[in-house]
Design a protein around this ligand. Structure first.
Ligand SMILES: O=P(O)(O)OC[C@H]1O[C@](O)(CO)[C@@H](O)[C@@H]1O
Length: 409
């Protein structure tokens, strides 16, 4: 359970090293008026139900199920899955302490994850029948991938083709990082991502030197990339992966994606294929990168994997043994995005200067987080950065205007 983070491997590691266990940081719920979490549950989730309803010619059964879900999340209590659902037993365990309570009173991380599970259930995603496997977010993902912003970003690659490798590496790392700002669940309230120098100045932590040091060219490294959003984030992620392979920072890359639609734009295998097709058909440098990536996938130098844990409402401290082994065998695991960060350090209101190394000590092998800040969770800031941000009066934790690169070797 999310709130039983004390007793998780991270806490044990912190205790073993004598570091402050800090388990008293409050778990984020959604019942605080005016809080970011409350806004997600009270405004974004109902709006999302409407968007999905409008995007497909669903029949009466789906519309009624969406009506019921809307009632439940706004005025009702959390209901369990029907006993006939294939994953009923998992959720019965994960939700034991939450069923029967207001959605606002259960941990934010759990509530969001369960909302997506229930939304998929309402549209028949898991049921044998005509809507089985139809991604309710596909129209939004497709529109983004075919849009002007992606086309422009792909054209900009031509200018990067001949710049020195180090400069190119920084530009591609930042493109992947800021691509995280462009997730579709978040877009409604955010402007365009920053670029160039402005983007660098918005980094609240920057361990990129350690990141590149962990991946010396020519070493037989395997990099695990845990993807976040499709489209405008996954395209630059794939371009960064191409750079890692091409410049021999990695011999192999394993790209972990979601097994089912999640948080609107999270990437699944189908989205990887769509992004690769988009790259391959692009002119110039983007097309060349697409061609190399396509070849890398067919040669298994780039392997796509998925795991049910990626859609579970749990922190990484509770990851199963097979996933733990996969990360352990990687030279570096690169976790993309805000949700992965929340799951990595724990979805709590940490002191912003709490140690990133301590919070992630349990994670198997070296880990890097690349994330724009889109929720209240943050650790690893130095004292002066934290003080300056806190006194700025800006919504720096949640607005996506700031970003971080944090590494624990
Ligand atoms: O796509 P990302 O970067 O994981 O962001 C998802 C984030 O979006 C939200 O669902 C709402 O902004 C956050 O709660 C969550 O952490």
């Amino acid at each position: 359970m999310t709130e039983k983070i004390s007793g998780d491997p991270g806490e044990e590691a912190a205790r073993a090293t004598g570091a402050a266990a800090a388990s008293d940081a409050p778990v984020i719920l959604s019942n605080e008026p005016g809080s970011f979490a409350r806004g997600v549950l009270a405004e974004r989730h109902p709006a999302l139900i409407q968007q999905v309803r409008d995007a497909f010619p669903y029949g009466r059964r789906q519309h009624e199920a969406l009506d019921d879900l809307l009632d439940e999340i706004t005025t009702g209590v959390v209901e369990p899955l029907a006993s006939t659902e294939r994953d009923h037993d998992h959720w019965a365990g994960w939700g034991r302490e939450h069923f029967g309570r207001s959605w606002y009173d259960v941990p934010f991380l759990w509530a969001e994850s369960y909302f997506y599970r229930r939304l998929l259930g309402a549209v028949g995603y898991f049921d044998a029948g005509p809507w089985q496997g139809v991604d309710p977010f596909a129209p939004f993902k497709q529109a983004e991938l075919e849009g002007d912003a992606v086309a422009q970003e792909l054209r900009a690659l031509d200018a990067l083709a001949n710049v020195p490798a180090e400069e190119r590496a920084t530009a591609l790392l930042h493109a992947s990082l800021w691509g995280n700002r462009a997730d579709l669940g978040f877009r409604a309230s955010a402007g365009e991502p920053e670029t160039g120098d402005a983007a660098a100045s918005m980094l609240v932590a920057d361990d990129s030197v350690s990141l590149w040091q962990a991946l010396p060219a020519g070493a037989p490294s395997t990099v695990a990339v845990v993807a976040d959003n499709a489209g405008r984030e996954l395209v630059p992620d794939l371009i960064l992966i191409d750079h890692l392979l091409e410049q021999r920072h990695a011999e192999r890359v394993v790209l972990h994606v979601k097994p089912s639609p999640y948080y609107v734009s999270d990437a699944m295998t189908a989205d990887v294929v769509d992004c690769l097709r988009r790259l391959v058909k692009a002119p110039g440098e983007a097309g060349r990168i697409g061609g190399r990536l396509w070849k890398a996938m067919t040669a298994d130098d780039l392997e796509v994997r998925t795991h049910p844990f990626f859609c579970a409402p749990l922190p990484y401290g509770e990851m199963p043994a097979d996933l733990r082994a996969a990360f352990e065998s990687a030279t570096l695991t690169l976790l993309k995005g805000d949700l992965n960060y929340r799951r990595l350090v724990g979805d709590r209101l940490w002191d912003a200067t709490a140690s990133f190394a301590d919070r992630t000590a349990y994670f198997p092998g070296s880990v890097a987080a690349l994330r724009t800040l889109k929720s209240d969770v943050i650790v690893g800031l130095d004292q002066s950065t934290s003080a300056a941000l806190e006194s700025s009066g800006a919504a720096w934790r949640t607005s996506g205007t700031h970003a971080l690169i944090q590494v624990r070797g």
